[in-house]
Write a protein that binds this ligand. Structure first.
Ligand code: SF4
Length: 463
């Protein structure tokens, strides 16, 4: 066991950021590094079962049956996937490709309009759309006029005029006109891919994005009354603790309502684009732990509330309120305050979720388009959630979102190592995570995962 402290040692190499002084990170932290608990790669549990259990025995017919029998008053969330980006970042694990051919984008948007209309027709007025989320890829890789077309198509086909609308955006392609149009169309929240402000790290991950570009975007988004979130990363090649501290400091100054701080997962065998990243430049697991702990400390010291294991929100943000009221959930977009039990995914690789079914649309944009053009549902794989899956999924979600769970009829796994380290308390059929267990939350939740194989390579480490 090694006890670590958060220290930002020197401010060398930080001339790119005009920070007056180092943050005071020398106080002892309650997080303790246990290498053995972090050795096993574990899923992020944005669903249970996870995508690793998807198979082609579940798909379009199962989805059709759920759509036909949906209760009229069921709340629905729509997720629209845009699998294109103008500049592909080397670290990216998303299903996205180069937006370098306008004909390809036009064909995708036309097919998406067709899929939206087809989905609405199948629902026949059942369900009420409460949220619409555009993700990718980068929705702003589309020409603005096409993005407007897609949103208008949704509003035309579904009863969605009261829906909360959010969009993931690439700041490198965001201009005044885009922001003004988002505000006019009623978009209330955007998430910006920031990752790091350190230029030498940006160069190592193929994402050059100067600080002032994000500053301008934030000024304009704030002026338009649109709430913002940042995605940041630690564990990047060549990234030091100081680099991360300065990025977090700059982020705090820019004042997004939410921050997600993700650990970079280097899996070049699964994600060939990551081969451009020099693995010898990557921080080791102990350094990653130190980065995650420092990020937690800096953001909570700045007044953000910790949401689960990697999100942070200002206290007045709806996600922080949901946490306080025990309504925090976990879905394919990560931690969320979205209460809907039904998520419908539109576009290539998008995932739809029902209480007893998860299905994913065809991943390859060309094959997806062929299915849509034949007026078929594009779901091609997934999983039917058994009663046991649903029960284990409930426990995993409760542990990750609320830090405690009633285990009920599910067999209690061996948590003795976590108990020994005072990370959990187990009483009768209840498991309680202690505050210092946060970096191990995924590892503890994984003990309830009946599908997880030892050392599955497709997952990342818990920090
Ligand atoms: S902009 Fe986002 S989605 Fe696109 S390649 Fe970069 S990280 Fe991936």
């Amino acid at each position: 066991m090694r006890r670590r402290r958060h220290c930002v040692r020197s401010r060398e190499n930080l001339t790119w950021l005009n920070v007056p002084e180092a943050p005071s990170c020398d106080a002892a932290c309650m997080w303790t590094y246990h290498a053995d608990l972090l050795a096993r790669p574990v899923p992020r549990y944005t669903s249970y079962p996870t995508a690793a259990q998807f198979h082609d025995g579940a798909g379009a017919d199962d989805l059709a049956a759920r759509l036909e029998t949906l209760d009229t008053k069921t709340d629905i969330s729509l997720y629209v996937h845009i699998p294109y980006c103008h500049d592909i970042c080397w670290y990216c694990g998303c299903n996205t490709g180069a937006a370098n051919r306008s004909q390809r984008l036009i064909a995708y948007v036309e097919a998406l309009e067709q899929e939206i209309a087809g989905m609405a027709r199948r629902l026949g007025g059942r369900g009420r759309v409460r949220r619409i989320a555009f993700g990718g890829g980068s929705p702003n890789s589309l020409p603005l006029v096409d993005f407007i077309r897609l949103l208008q198509q949704i509003l035309l086909c579904f009863d969605a005029h009261q829906a909360e609308i959010s969009v993931e955006l690439d700041p490198r392609r965001l201009d005044r006109q885009w922001i003004a149009s988002l505000a006019t169309m009623g978009v209330s929240r955007v998430n910006l891919g920031v990752q790091t402000f350190a230029p030498h790290v940006q160069a190592r991950i193929g994402r050059i994005q100067p600080l002032d570009m994000v500053e301008h975007a934030m000024e304009q988004l704030g002026g338009a009354g649109i709430a913002t979130g940042f995605d940041l990363m630690y564990g990047l090649p060549g990234q030091s603790l100081d680099d991360l501290a300065a990025t977090i400091e700059a982020s705090i100054r820019l004042n997004p309502a939410r921050v997600a701080l993700f650990g970079y997962a280097h899996m070049p065998k699964l994600l060939p684009r990551q081969r451009r990243i020099d693995a010898s430049d990557l921080p080791d697991i102990a350094a990653r732990f130190e980065m995650a702990a420092m990020g937690y400390r800096m953001l909570t010291d700045a007044g953000y509330m910790a949401i689960g294991f990697d999100h942070f929100a200002q206290p007045e943000d709806s996600m922080a309120i949901a946490l306080g009221e025990g309504r925090l959930r976990r879905n394919f977009q990560g931690f969320t305050d979205d209460p809907a039990e039904v998520l419908i995914g539109l576009g290539a690789s998008a995932i739809s979720q029902f209480p007893d079914l998860i299905v994913q649309n065809e991943k390859r944009a060309g094959s997806w388009r062929q299915l849509v053009e034949k007026d078929s549902l594009s779901a091609v794989r997934g999983t039917l959630r058994t009663a046991d899956d649903r029960e284990r999924g409930r426990i995993i979600e409760a542990l990750l979102c609320r830090g405690e769970a009633d285990v009920g009829p599910c067999p209690m796994p061996d948590l003795s190592r976590f108990e020994e380290l005072a990370l959990v308390e187990v009483a009768a059929d209840r498991v309680l995570l202690k505050p210092q267990a946060l970096p191990y939350a995924r590892s503890i939740a994984a003990c309830f995962d009946a599908w997880l194989q030892p050392a599955e390579k497709r997952f990342s480490h818990a920090v």
